[in-house]
Design a protein around this ligand. Sequence first.
Ligand SMILES: C[S@@+](CC[C@H](N)C(=O)[O-])C[C@H]1O[C@@H](n2cnc3c(N)ncnc32)[C@H](O)[C@@H]1O
Length: 352
Amino acid sequence: MKASLTGMEGDGFYNRHSSLQAAAIQKVLPLWRKVVDSTPTPGPDVRLVDYGSSQGHNSMAPVSIAIETLRGRVDAPASMEVVHTDLPGNDFTSLFRAVLENENSYLRLAPDVFPSAIGRSYFEQILPDESVDLGWNSWTLQWMSRNPAEDPDFLYGYMSPSPAVRAAVARQLDEDWRNFLGLRARELKRNGRLFCLFSSKAHTGSGWEWIVEAAWSCVLEMRRQGKLSSDETLKLNLPLGPRDLDDIERPFREGGGAFAGLTLEHAEIVSSLDPFWIDYQKTGDAKQFGLGWKNFMKAVFAPVIKAAIDPRKDAASLCDELLDRFAERVSLSPRDTQHYVAVAVVRKGAAS
Ligand SMILES: C[S@@+](CC[C@H](N)C(=O)[O-])C[C@H]1O[C@@H](n2cnc3c(N)ncnc32)[C@H](O)[C@@H]1O
């Protein structure tokens, strides 16, 4: 059995350590503003859904932009509903605190904005038919709905030495993308827009190779030392994979330009920034560089790592030890992680 996704590290840890994700979001906000501005909002009330919000910190900027943009229009809505969604095990307490207390919260912009949250996988329909004006979705769709293949040889099936494992990952990413789009197609109103940002790759790779290799070396080291068993190592298989433009466009191409009643309005690959490398260039502090990467990894992967460890063992300490080893390893030879995100904008309705 493989480790499955249980959400991000709780107690607001993801909120405090997701600057790498925030940097990519920052880059695509001008496009998001245009998308919001060109979306008709037929009723007096607008519903914006944030699919896979985690603890909310990185949702503040896109939601604020949507509110400002819509309020600036002649047909400004009377009220706006903001629905944050994530898996049931998500740290929704930190999400609600961020919405109520964060100094950058979109709630400070207007009194007629109403937040709520839903704890349910977006691989199900989670809102009524034709009820969503705008969908925002950042940094979630690289997580697969399930781990499609056992991979004894690597941490990340997409980079597995086994062609069969890589093919299974590619099939799962394709199935998940179609499934996600089909469900959102039901929820969106006519001419409603969905904006997705997720991990991507260029012809040179995803950019994450050296980071994943460093983490895998630490796993193998702990297995050699008897701290992790073969079974735990096998479960330490991260259910993630990037999509390129071809992957994004395939369902639309095969459908003669439309998929499930949706049109792909825009797709591009954007190269993103590594905030830990940017800081390191300023400070020369390799230890801090390692710590930045450790906290990023802990925020995203600690729950999956802990779930892979035999419950009779001290999973939290073993996870910490693995991440400490990883921090030390990357701090020995700091380098820039040139990684990529894909942006896809879809509209409900035929091409105009
Ligand atoms: C890396 S966080 C991204 C959070 C935030 N959107 C951002 O941009 O920083 C990924 C989030 O996707 C959520 N997620 C993954 N699969 C999901 C699913 N099937 N349904 C709902 N949320 C999911 C995870 O629980 C996690 O909170």
